[in-house]
Design a protein around this ligand. Sequence first.
Ligand code: ADP
Ligand code: ADP
Length: 228
Amino acid sequence: MIQMAGVSKTYNNGVPALTDIDLNIDKGEFVFVIGPSGAGKSTLVRLLFLEELPTSGQIYISGRSILRLNRKEIARLRRNFGVVFQDFRLLPNLSVYDNVAFALRVTECSKNRIRQRVPEVLELVGLSHKKDVLPTQLSGGEQQRVAVARAIVNQPMVLIADEPTGNLDPKTSWELMELFEKISQTGTTILVATHAKEIVDKMKKRVLVLDQGTLIRDDVEGGYHEVK
Ligand code: ADP
Ligand code: ADP
């Protein structure tokens, strides 16, 4: 479903962030991306949800090369990706309900559909009872679950998370992983860039290891422990 062929990315400063990446991610896969700070994890994530374009190489989404798409087509394709960040990025003045509804309002979603879909997603992430409160009244774990609800409310093909447990304690991090697992079971592809060693070890999912911009390992049921 997502394919990278010989993808390299160099930023303006001339430092190669990714070098010659070949990668295939199928529908419904659950994939971790790990590696030391500066290894290129965020860059890989940004390329995958089309926030950045590669300097060279090809990226195909459902068989179509993204380099052949115009801006409008890229914008439409990006709706197939839901993204979650370490710092949640919720709208502080909107209720939990409206933070999630917002993601539908910016599309051509009908009001009826919004009224049906938002409660459904809040139920899935376990926050129905908090729908009227502001993000500041929530714990970190709850805020991240709102961010996840917002990311999946459009039913994207892929949920991408960049260091999603970076601001969470271990217990809350696990709850988030259980939520990702649940979302994965609905057929959504999950891609998580992380430093959280214990989580990667225990989850037994596919693991991509980046080091200085190079993909040095791709294990079906990898763990963090074997990485030197
Ligand atoms: P990671 O997420 O694994 O820490 P990044 O993808 O953020 O790695 O960074 C990979 C390399 O690219 C690093 O050398 C970093 O300094 C550089 N880099 C990342 N983003 C930018 C940017 N916007 N401009 C210039 N260099 C960047
Ligand atoms: P409109 O028809 O003007 O779009 P809605 O009836 O969809 O209005 O919602 C108006 C506002 O009421 C929303 O922005 C939201 O703040 C709130 N709201 C609507 N439904 C719910 C709900 N089920 N739970 C919490 N707040 C809701």
